[in-house]
Design a binder for this molecule. Structure first.
Ligand code: CA
Length: 590
């Protein structure tokens, strides 16, 4: 009689000795088990009324009940378990049941689990995926939340070195330690703040100084040569503060003492006559005080003593605004000095703002501390894209990208369809908010590279000589990265919805061709238990590049978004099946 293992047929949680053990049951092919087998097969295949899932471990619920009813005190013995004849793992045996350490199963199957405590009731919770899908709450719209980006926190990521004082956008170190401006990251920074603005609404704002009280007694002037006055500014048509003192960072400066914990976003408008700076002193949760200086220098950032410096560039001659997240500025400064791992140990967090200090000769207005300033950060990103768009309508990426080293390399200066698409989505939102045509014009120009092949320095690839595909990484041979392609389509969609009819043609044509390709090619990315990141296995004849769970959920979030604007059911049905993969459901085999 044939005996066989049914992997993961039963999963019973046991706490034994030093580890958590899971049961693998050894079944013999007898009549009773055959019946069970059919029962589960039928149930599994009734999901959605179609024969497409193998529902892993569904019978384990019965096993839990059976075990708890039938068993008295259990006795386990150690047993060597040989894995595919390759190596051994020490398991536990109880009669015909064999229990494996979860730490082994976790690595072997790449699953996740831990003991959860519910008011003293502990149970083990097993998860097939670590990631989370955010279904759209409403039909996608070019002035709405961008996919699930209200949950993104771009600037917190370790690969963001800091928010540049000069450019007011994140600087990436993902593929180059020297740091570079990465248009995708900048667009995502803007789109996430826009989406958070829609979610959170207006922030709480504490005005520290706006010149309207006609009183500068909150400020302490260090000596008789220093001055602080309220004047009327013709450009802003409001009262502003004029300050005049030494510009040396060694001088005391003109100081406003505070005890403000209402927020951590520091906003100030400034115009300098001479060299000068604005500094803040923060109190941290371990009682330390830290100073951050915003100086007129082209140095990105610096840490000296207990002081952090951010270069703002030249802020003379005209009014400008800075919006600084003091928590991020503190954390990035600490990471610069102590490294990323040590920074986490320091746990030095912003608690309150204890002073603001100005040096040099200049003017300030609207000095505020607020709970958020999402719109300012959104415009900082949109304006960066307008400032840095080149004559081809693109944002060249000035870092070498090695998709497959020596095989799919992109030298610095490449364009990305994903950058073009996400930039369009951001610019369209800025246009809808302001009606300023500079944003719409930049978005329209950004489609030009979609028409140019990768070989010619654009982003257009063709699959099988038939299907147009806009490349996140325009390699030769093509790589066909799925998520970047869909983002490039979402940007085109935004443009088709907003551009005046005499200018919308290229975007409409490019979108329609791209959606057609996506419908035809989407299932090439489906493994039956997960998704594939790109098609390098097809173009290079190598192993497929499986999408890790957070990319898998990005694929799902994108399809769910498309399902709200496209009538073809393929987006919804595919997304539903891919959600199933996150719970271990697999396509049925033959
Ligand atoms: Ca004012």
């Amino acid at each position: 009689m044939m005996r066989r293992w049914k992997l993961l047929k039963s999963a019973i949680v046991c706490l034994l000795l030093c580890g958590v053990y899971f049961v693998f049951s050894l079944w013999t092919r007898c009549d009773v088990n055959k019946k069970d087998d059919n029962f589960f097969r039928d149930e599994n295949r009734q999901i959605d009324g179609e024969l497409h899932y193998h529902n892993r471990g569904a019978q384990s619920f019965n096993m839990v009940e059976k075990m708890s009813q039938e068993k008295g005190p259990v006795k386990y013995q150690e047993i060597e378990c040989v894995i595919n004849g390759e190596y051994s793992v020490q398991g536990r045996r109880e009669e015909n049941e064999v229990y494996f350490p979860f730490s082994f199963l976790q690595k072997y199957f790449e699953v996740y689990g831990k003991i959860e405590d519910y008011d003293g009731y502990e149970r083990f919770e097993w998860q097939h995926s670590y990631s989370k899908v955010f279904p759209p709450k409403e039909k996608y719209s070019p002035d709405g939340v961008f996919m699930s980006f209200e949950h993104y926190n771009v600037e917190v990521r370790d690969r963001v070195k800091c928010i540049s004082g000069m450019e007011a956008v994140p600087l990436s170190t993902q593929w180059g330690p020297q740091g570079y401006f990465y248009p995708i990251q900048i667009a995502q920074y803007g789109l996430s703040h826009y989406s958070k603005y829609l979610r959170d609404g207006k922030p709480d704002v504490v005005i520290l100084e706006d010149g309207e009280e006609e009183d500068v007694s909150d400020w302490t002037v260090p000596d008789r040569k220093s001055q602080m006055d309220i004047i009327r500014d013709g450009t802003l048509d409001t009262n502003v503060i004029e300050f005049k003192t030494s510009d040396s960072l060694k001088s005391r400066g003109i100081v406003m003492s505070l005890d403000e914990e209402a927020g951590y976003i520091f906003n100030v408008q400034m115009k300098f006559i001479t060299n000068g700076s604005i500094s803040v002193t923060l109190e941290t949760n371990n009682g330390d005080s830290m100073r951050i200086h915003y100086v007129q220098s082209t140095t990105l950032m610096m840490f000296h003593g207990r002081e952090i410096f951010y270069g703002l560039g030249d802020r003379r001659k005209k009014w400008s605004r800075i919006t600084r997240d003091l928590i991020i500025d503190l954390q990035k400064g600490l990471a610069l000095k102590y490294g990323k791992s040590k920074r986490n140990q320091l746990k030095s967090d912003f608690v309150k703002l204890v002073s603001v200090c100005v040096r040099g000769h200049g003017y300030i207005d609207n000095v505020t501390l607020s709970s958020s300033s999402h719109l300012d950060q959104f415009y900082d990103a949109a304006d960066w894209l307008v400032r840095h768009q080149d004559s081809r309508g693109g944002w060249p990426i000035m870092v070498k990208r090695r998709l497959v080293p020596e095989v799919l390399d992109l030298p610095p200066g490449w364009y990305s369809a994903m950058a073009q698409g996400q930039a369009i989505s951001l610019l369209i939102r800025a246009y809808l908010m302001t009606k300023d045509h500079k944003y719409l014009d930049a978005a329209l120009d950004a489609t030009k590279l979609y028409e140019i092949s990768s070989e010619q320095g654009g982003v257009l690839a063709k699959f099988a000589g038939v299907y147009d595909w806009y490349e996140e990484y325009p390699t030769t041979p093509s790589s066909f990265v799925l998520n970047g392609f869909i983002f490039s389509l979402i940007g085109l969609y935004d443009l088709t919805q907003v551009a005046p009819s005499d200018k919308a043609e290229p975007a409409e044509r490019l979108y329609n061709a791209g959606i057609q390709s996506l419908k035809s090619m989407l299932l090439l990315f489906d493994t039956g238990s997960g998704t594939i990141y790109d098609l390098r296995h097809f173009t290079l004849g190598m192993a497929p590049n499986l999408a890790r769970w957070d990319y898998h959920t990005t694929h799902i979030n994108q399809l769910l978004l498309l399902a709200t604007i496209e009538s073809d059911p393929i987006f919804r049905t595919t997304a539903d099946r891919w959600v199933g993969y996150m719970k271990g459901h697999r396509a049925a085999h033959n």
